[in-house]
Design a protein around this ligand. Structure first.
Ligand code: TYM
Length: 338
């Protein structure tokens, strides 16, 4: 029989540089909504970040910047637990247990490893390979039931579900771990690069013109949107006519998402306009929403002590839950407890 688990939300963001519009629309905006109705735990995943080498002094800076980004986007430290992954050792401990539950065949199917490792897989870190097991540990250490993420994390979430299921079966602990539900936007779950509508917007793409960073100035935004790739056709009145036009679809999706409305409604309002006019509207709404966030990030970054204290408080709250759950897990696995 399926047990009713307490609803807990968990998600993570890597501290590998500037947060961008993809992180905001794909994940963090949703984090903010969820904290109004559920217990939420949001983690700056620094253990994940080092699967690709990070300069130590930059890593620390980026961790604090990510916390500033969370708060600037509307996360409230009184409602959500905000902490960094390496401060709670249970993540690494449970990841090891999951390395022993998860299967090599499952790992070999992970498309993100293939993309990130590139053509020379022999040179990728072992950490990058087992990265999804650590993700499962993040989620299940808190017995989280709901995981808000962008579409690019869907396969990792499916793996977390498989790991939870296999652990429960192998250790004859039916219903010990919940099977976590991904929360992915139905309409628009992947913000694409402004330069190439077939690639997702990402921190790692070389050209800064491919993304809107949350700290971009209004001038940057106008320039980037002006330069964003489109095509010579005008805006159609139905989604069907956007087939084969990924860049046009992406800009219209971004606009609709910022307006909290459906793309159909945007098409109704914009049909017939050419993209140069639409881009002015898009820049305006981006400036309205993103620039205040960027300003807040810059202000928060000046108060390093506050950001550090936020992490410390969050870490102590997260540790309490993690320690209790890890004890139960170790008992199930058969490790002696003292
Ligand atoms: P990361 O740091 O790459 O991205 C953080 C969140 O932003 C979303 N995202 C996007 N959404 C839509 N369009 C885009 N272009 C885009 N780019 C990024 C991601 O889907 C993600 O939700 N492995 C994860 C972090 C992680 C995690 C976890 C997430 C570690 N442990 C446990 C959930 C639960 C990652 O690298 O996200």
């Amino acid at each position: 029989m399926k047990k009713n688990f307490k609803e807990v939300v968990f998600s993570g963001v890597q501290p590998t540089g500037n947060l961008h519009l993809g992180n905001y629309l794909g994940a963090i905006k949703n984090f903010v909504e969820l904290q109004k109705k559920m217990e939420c735990i949001y983690c700056v995943v620094d253990l994940h970040a080092i699967t690709i080498f990070q300069e130590p002094k930059n890593l620390k800076k980026h961790i604090l910047e990510t916390v500033a980004g969370f708060i600037a986007c509307g996360l409230d430290v009184k409602k959500s637990i905000i902490f960094n992954q390496s401060s709670v050792s249970g993540h690494a401990e449970l990841a090891w247990i999951f390395n022993c539950v998860s299967r090599i065949g499952w790992m070999n199917r992970m498309t993100q490893f293939k993309e990130k490792a590139g053509s020379d897989k022999e040179k990728a870190s072992v950490g990058l390979y087992v990265y999804p097991n650590l993700m499962a540990a993040d989620i299940l250490l808190y017995k989280a039931t709901h995981v808000p993420v962008g579409d690019d994390q869907k396969q990792h979430l499916e793996l977390s579900r498989d790991i939870a299921q296999k652990f429960n079966n192998d250790y004859k602990s039916e219903n010990f771990f919940p099977i976590p539900e991904p929360l992915i936007h139905k309409g628009f779950s992947r913000v694409m690069s402004l330069r190439d509508g077939s690639k997702k917007m990402s921190k790692s793409e070389e050209s800064d013109y491919s993304r809107i960073n949350l700290t971009d100035s209004s001038d940057d935004i106008v320039k980037k949107i002006k330069k964003a790739k489109t095509d010579s056709l005008s805006i159609p009145d139905s989604i069907k006519d956007l087939e084969g036009r990924p860049e046009a679809l992406n800009l219209l999706n971004i606009y609709s998402s910022l307006k909290n409305s459906k793309i159909e409604k945007t098409l109704e309002q914009m049909a017939g306009k050419d993209f140069s006019k639409f881009k002015e509207n898009l820049s305006e709404i981006l400036i309205d929403i993103i620039c205040p966030i960027g300003k807040k990030i810059k202000d928060l970054k000046k108060d390093e002590n506050y950001l550090q204290k936020t992490l410390e408080d969050g870490s102590s709250k997260a540790s309490k839950i993690a320690t209790k759950n890890l004890k139960e897990i170790k008992k199930i696995v058969g490790f002696p407890l003292y």
